[in-house]
Design a protein around this ligand. Structure first.
Ligand SMILES: Cc1cc2nc3c(=O)[nH]c(=O)nc-3n(C[C@H](O)[C@H](O)[C@H](O)COP(=O)(O)OP(=O)(O)OC[C@H]3O[C@@H](n4cnc5c(N)ncnc54)[C@H](O)[C@@H]3O)c2cc1C
Length: 371
């Protein structure tokens, strides 16, 4: 079936979750024809526990989707039952569907179609609903990185973490973490309250570790019920953000932070950075080659931070027992926690987000400039 909207776009964004929708939002002022594709309707499939720094959500104009806000983390290890880490900034859980719909609304004239993206040849992307041609192509399809050249890595052999969670109805006051080998050796468990539901799960940095039984154990220990499963692979090594003429953002570029598996704000951050480069391209201020180089370099300039966090992630499995308990207690001191979390936030700071650009009328001249 052909696309009702036609088969061409100035910018084709594959993937309508955090990264893809943020890129579309950034293109709002350009008047370019932006087509966003996803195999599901916008916001249909929640892909995470949906917790992000509150300031990021506010700066993006997404505060209405917030369900609950937390200014500390409650951490449990086998020996330290409750250690409260004060945070220098708050995290909020949010409603996935509402957030995605609001992001898409901010994208103004962008069009959306459901289609399964299959592969790409040059500037043509094949989907189960036909082929779309576009000079600027974004892969925001998550860990599968469908539009890259060659074979993608396959679990469990690739540098992937895995996470599984359930969403029972329930109330909670704290954002809680369990760093405890009873649940998982290399990873952690969590319970993130979101007003009337709890998002309880376990993540492992080792793709061979099972996470279903550990999740069920944690759910039982906190007296909840295992309703509403959702899980996914999470890439934990940064990858080239441009390859073979395609732009990658979010999990497709390995932008999720390796130690914490926090990938929403980084999908926003790199989505904004990419959107700005694409905007300059469709407005004729730079050509496609320059956009590829500049965005690729921007992402690569973060590599050392990602690699440092990856090293911490790899060492966590050796950090059980007394060293872990000591570290857990140290972070209850506000000065230490402030220092560490501020550095952590700086990797993708919320000041990077500004309100969505104003809408502009579509100009046919723009298409010529990107061809
Ligand atoms: C259990 C779990 C809990 C998590 N909790 C958090 C959290 O609380 N906070 C946080 O910051 N991070 C969390 N993460 C990580 C976070 O979910 C990811 O880093 C983030 O979703 C990446 O966003 P993205 O837009 O790059 O990709 P995704 O959110 O994975 O979106 C990819 C999109 O592409 C679509 N798609 C994929 N393949 C195709 C195809 N072939 N054709 C068409 N469409 C396709 C999908 O439907 C989806 O909409 C969690 C991850 C897991 C697994």
């Amino acid at each position: 079936m052909p696309f009702p909207t036609g088969a061409d776009a100035d910018v084709l964004i594959c993937g309508a979750s955090f990264a893809g929708l943020t890129v579309a939002r950034e293109l709002r002022s350009t008047g370019a024809r932006v087509l966003v594709l996803d195999r599901y309707e916008i916001g249909e499939r929640q892909t995470s526990a949906c917790a992000a720094p509150t300031e990021w959500l506010r700066n993006l104009g997404l505060a209405a989707s917030i369900r609950q806000t937390f200014d500390s983390l409650l951490v449990h290890t086998p020996a330290v039952e409750r250690a409260r880490w004060p945070l220098p900034f708050s995290f909020s859980t949010f409603d996935y569907r509402q957030l995605c719909e609001e992001l898409f609304e901010q994208a103004g004239e962008a069009e959306f179609e459901t289609a399964k993206v299959i592969d790409r040849t040059g500037s043509q992307v094949r989907t189960d609903r036909g082929t779309v041609t576009a000079p600027l192509i974004v892969d925001a399809l998550g860990w599968r990185r469908v539009l890259g050249p060659g074979d993608n890595f396959q679990p469990p052999d690739g540098p992937l973490s895995r996470g599984l969670e359930v969403h029972p109805a329930g109330l909670g006051e704290d954002l809680e973490l369990w760093i405890d080998p009873r649940y998982v050796d290399a990873g952690y468990g969590w319970s993130f309250p979101a007003r009337d539901e709890l998002r309880i799960g376990v993540g492992s940095f080792d793709p061979r570790d099972p996470v279903k039984q550990p999740t069920l154990r944690l759910v039982e220990d906190v007296d909840a019920s295992p309703d509403g499963y959702q899980g996914n692979w999470i890439p934990h090594r940064i990858r080239p953000a441009t390859e073979d003429g395609v732009f990658f953002a979010g999990d497709s570029a390995g932008h999720c932070l390796p130690l914490t598996a926090e990938g929403i704000r980084t999908a926003f951050y790199f989505g904004i950075a990419l959107g700005r480069e694409l905007r300059a391209a469709v407005e004729g201020r730079q050509d496609r080659a320059a956009a590829l180089t500049r965005y690729g370099d921007f992402s690569a300039s973060h590599r050392w931070k990602y690699e440092s966090i990856y090293l911490a992630q790899q060492s966590i499995r050796h950090l059980h027992g007394r060293p872990l308990d000591a570290l857990t207690r140290i972070f209850t001191r506000r000065r230490i926690s402030d220092w560490a979390f501020r550095h952590y936030l700086e990797i993708a700071p919320p000041q990077f987000a500004v309100p969505a650009p104003p809408a502009a009328l579509r100009s046919p001249a723009l298409r010529a400039s990107t061809a």
